[in-house]
Design a protein around this ligand. Structure first.
Ligand code: ARG
Length: 589
């Protein structure tokens, strides 16, 4: 469906053309003087230069042509040549009716269905999920849903960190604690046990312990490095342990991501790239792309015009070990073979930007990725505490995600209990839904690249630009629709928009008709915050309308039914938007 603003532009363009001017001067924009008009067209100014006449002459002619149009309620030429527009109720009703009749509310699917990989989540196996991974999960899930809704084939890949020193550390610590384990017996040739020799809580305790030791003890650290290398060379006992670590850890991660309504199409991991590395290295060498620098195999990725030093992309360390650059480059080889994607989007902490500049440049230079694939690094800022420093627990440790989520849920629960409108058991369930919205909206409403302050009080407030406020609006609509159904005893879906509307009602219509424009924008810029801003505007417009209008008590049936149709469309728009943000609404709160 044509965008509403473009529909208005078409009308103006027609009028310019009918007066003998070029269509391109008919561009309509939202008014920057809402006290004077709703929309405006400033094309007469530019046209005046081309046609060598006064802008007001042109504006007057165009306005004259549009007097009979039923698109505009008021149209005025004002000095020096602006055209001020107020739209008719009819054009809104017509547009909203068409929107309501369409399953996608006027947002058309992409004509060419592309394959898109979104690399997000990025949790590290055997380390507890912490707030650092929270943003990637929240933003990535939303970007993925936005791309899907645009009509593309999207693969969300969690790309677990499972291959670094952390594995060697865990293996080393296990060996110190339980040297008798069969996995450390090099002469063992039988089948290893299927049960892991540790639980998730033990695993989570082992890693920080090993990490701390390695920082103080060089010998220990060397042992861990050695274990990592042996694992990478495929030592049997270590591979078996790695498998246990993966199974235990992934089950726990899945649970955590599920709780956040974050779901991956693909549970890829850094180690998957191993299979692609040897051939890739051979080809890169053969292609003459590599060089030796300080014993390491690298690709020079400097480019003309660089304002700062871009270090080479590192493929192999002098001891032959692979690195983060190597896995990411090989993962691109893998993705190309598997999906031949038109776009790969990385939702990663913006402090990793340089790494991705190196990898993207290396991929382009070597032809691993051609221009048919767009590569985007969607870096996000840090989540800070109220002190402006990266968010920590009270004792200064890294906050576990689970604890962070329960702190939000508890805050929401307390607020709900103050009102005491629902039973305790339902309140607990509802608090989870509302808490997730508070958390996700609190994050997504900021432009992703910016740092933001995590503030439980503010995020869980039922007023202001928050998730709970949006949900509260939806719940309010659901409740009115529920009452209407009881009262009218008929299907509210039959309700139609009537012709007349009051000012707050019109304002709400004017927000709703922006839907396809906002969706397109959010997709083009991979910007969930645009959707947040939109639903905040809608919620405000709805609540103003609600406070000024007797909806269920309206006696004029046609009018009342029109209100109901408006409520239904508002609810549909809000619900599809929150779905794209990755949360849902309760029935009551
Ligand atoms: N595991 C990494 C980390 O915790 C993030 C992975 C991001 N994705 C990627 N393809 N490198 O920092």
């Amino acid at each position: 469906m044509i965008k509403f603003i473009d529909l208005l532009t078409e009308k103006l363009a027609d009028a310019f053309e009918a007066c003998g001017f070029e269509r391109r001067f008919g561009k309509v924009t939202i008014s920057n003087r809402p006290d004077l008009c709703e929309f405006q067209c400033n094309g007469a100014m530019a046209a005046a230069k081309q046609y060598k006449t006064a802008p007001i002459n042109i504006a007057n002619q165009v306005v004259e042509k549009l007097q009979a149009s039923d698109t505009f309620a008021e149209i005025q030429a004002v000095m020096p040549g602006f055209i001020n527009l107020k739209i008719s109720e009819k054009v809104l009703v017509d547009y909203a009716t068409e929107m309501a009749a369409d399953e996608r509310m006027g947002y058309e699917q992409a004509t060419e269905r592309q394959s898109i990989v979104v690399d997000y989540g990025g949790a590290n196996v055997a380390k507890p999920l912490h707030v650092g991974h929270l943003r990637s999960a929240i933003i990535g899930e939303s970007i993925k849903r936005i791309c899907k809704f645009a009509g593309h084939e999207v693969i969300g890949d969690v790309h677990l960190g499972d291959w670094g020193l952390q594995m060697g550390l865990i293996i080393t610590e296990l060996k110190h604690r339980q040297p008798e384990l069969i996995y450390f017996d090099d002469s063992f040739e039988g089948e290893y046990p299927t049960e892991a020799p540790f639980t998730i809580s033990e695993l989570e305790e082992i890693y920080p312990c090993a990490n701390a030791k390695s920082k103080m003890d060089e010998v220990y650290k060397e042992e861990a490095r050695e274990a990592t290398a042996q694992l990478q060379y495929g030592k049997r006992g270590y591979m078996a342990l790695w498998n246990h670590i993966m199974n235990v850890s992934v089950a726990d991660l899945k649970k955590n991501y599920d709780n956040m309504d974050v779901h991956f199409e693909m549970w890829g991991k850094e180690s998957d790239a191993q299979a692609y590395i040897p051939d890739m290295i051979e080809e890169l060498k053969a292609g003459g792309y590599t060089e030796i620098s300080d014993g390491a195999l690298v690709i020079d990725v400097k480019e003309e015009g660089d304002t700062k030093e871009i270090p080479p992309c590192m493929l192999l360390k002098s001891d032959g070990a692979t690195l983060y650059d190597t896995t990411d480059l090989a993962t691109l080889v893998e993705r190309k073979q598997k999906f031949n994607p038109a776009h790969v989007i990385y939702v990663v902490d913006k402090r990793q930007e340089l790494h991705f500049v190196q990898v993207f440049r290396a991929a382009r230079k070597t032809g691993i990725m051609t221009d048919n694939t767009k590569l985007t690094f969607q870096g996000f800022g840090t989540m800070n505490g109220k002190d402006g420093k990266p968010y920590k627990t009270r004792d200064g440790g890294v906050m576990r995600l689970e604890n962070l989520i329960s702190s939000i849920n508890d805050a929401v629960y307390e607020k709900m209990m103050e009102n005491r409108t629902i039973e305790d058991k339902e309140a607990k369930e509802t608090a989870k839904i509302v808490g997730l919205a508070a958390l996700k909206y609190g994050d997504l409403s900021n432009q992703a690249a910016k740092d933001y302050i995590f503030d439980v009080e503010r995020f869980t407030s039922f007023e202001g630009n928050t998730g709970p406020y949006i949900l509260y609006t939806i719940v309010r609509i659901k409740s009115i629709l529920g009452k209407y159904k009881e009262q009218a005893g008929k299907n509210s879906a039959d309700c139609m928009f009537a012709g007349t509307m009051n000012a707050t009602e019109k304002a709400l219509f004017m927000e709703l008709v922006k839907f396809n424009e906002v969706m397109e924008n959010a997709y083009d810029e991979l910007a969930p915050h645009k959707i947040c801003a939109y639903i905040f505007d809608i919620s405000n417009a709805f609540n103003r309308f609600y406070h000024e209008t007797k909806i269920l008590a309206e006696e004029n049936i046609a009018k009342k039914e029109s209100y109901i149709a408006l409520l239904i469309l508002t609810k549909r728009v809000l619900e599809s938007c929150i779905n794209l943000l990755g949360f849902s609404s309760p029935d009551r709160m």
